[in-house]
Design a protein around this ligand. Structure first.
Ligand code: GLP
Length: 260
């Protein structure tokens, strides 16, 4: 895993956005996996800024989102559909048909999950998967004890994750109990994974993900098995790591051709 600690979330997001623009320059029809949550918001703002200034072109890109709440229609203000349109898709030149977000209202969920996975394959697989991380170490909505090779499916949210979403849904008891999520096995198939984590709240999960044992109790730790996983942090999220000075030394000494 490559650990990249920047001065703040804003700057870390600017650097992560450079990875996306590099990818789209090299491969204009790249397939990008996107997460929701507050963490990627500065990244999405930076992508919108780059698009407005003519530095990035999404016209041939394809995207797949990781997850959605079950039973929540696309036009619900707390849906991940609303979130993605509000923060990114409505402000860039990506054709709507190229964006994919799981349908939380799908009638036959197992069948729908198979189709969503098949669409990813048909698009050529995910080139770059952007990830956030939950306070208990989940990526997508793969809560602790999720199979490290899981495919897309429904999962039950932990009480803690439901508490984390109380504000968006108005109260904890209105937070859906079930969600649809790509699995850890799907994430591991992406050619490159980029995990973003900012703030003290994420420090424990980050330390266990990067330096702890590989375990289904900390689902993001599966990234230790990924050939190209980059972890972008601010100093607060990095505060419980043991090897910080090593990560900084590696980053500062990166050869020119590896910089982004
Ligand atoms: C949810 C999402 C994840 C996200 C996590 C953290 O569980 N499904 O993709 O990474 O929340 O959210 P936040 O970035 O708001 O802390």
């Amino acid at each position: 895993m490559e650990v990249i600690i920047q001065s703040d979330a804003q700057y870390a997001s600017v650097v992560a956005a450079r990875l996306i623009s590099q990818l789209l320059r090299e491969k204009p029809n790249a397939v990008i996996g996107f997460p929701s949550g507050q963490t990627p918001v500065p990244l999405y703002q930076e992508l919108v800024r780059k698009y407005r200034e003519g530095h990035i072109d999404f016209s041939r890109a394809t995207t797949f989102n990781l997850d959605e709440f079950v039973g929540v229609p696309a036009d619900h203000p707390a849906s991940y559909h609303s979130f993605m349109h509000q923060h990114l898709f409505d402000h860039i030149n990506i054709p709507k048909k190229n964006t994919h977000i799981p349908d939380g209202m799908a009638a036959d969920i197992p069948e729908y999950c198979k189709r969503y996975e098949a669409e990813i394959e048909k698009a050529g697989g995910i080139d770059l998967q952007i990830l956030g991380i939950g306070t208990e170490g989940h990526i997508g909505f793969n809560e602790p004890t999720s199979s490290l090779s899981s495919g897309m499916r429904t999962k039950t949210l932990t009480p803690r994750t439901r508490r984390d979403f109380a504000a968006q849904f108005g109260s904890e008891d209105r937070v859906p109990r079930y969600i649809l999520t790509l699995g850890l096995g799907n994430v591991m198939k992406a050619r490159t994974c980029v995990l973003l984590a900012f703030g003290k709240r994420k420090a424990h999960a980050v330390a266990r993900t990067v330096e702890g044992p590989l375990t289904a109790m900390m689902p993001a730790s599966v990234l230790q098995m990924h050939p190209i996983a980059k972890v972008f942090l601010d100093p607060q999220a990095a505060s419980l790591l043991q090897n910080t000075s090593y990560y900084q030394w590696v980053y500062e000494g990166k050869p020119e051709w590896q910089k982004f």
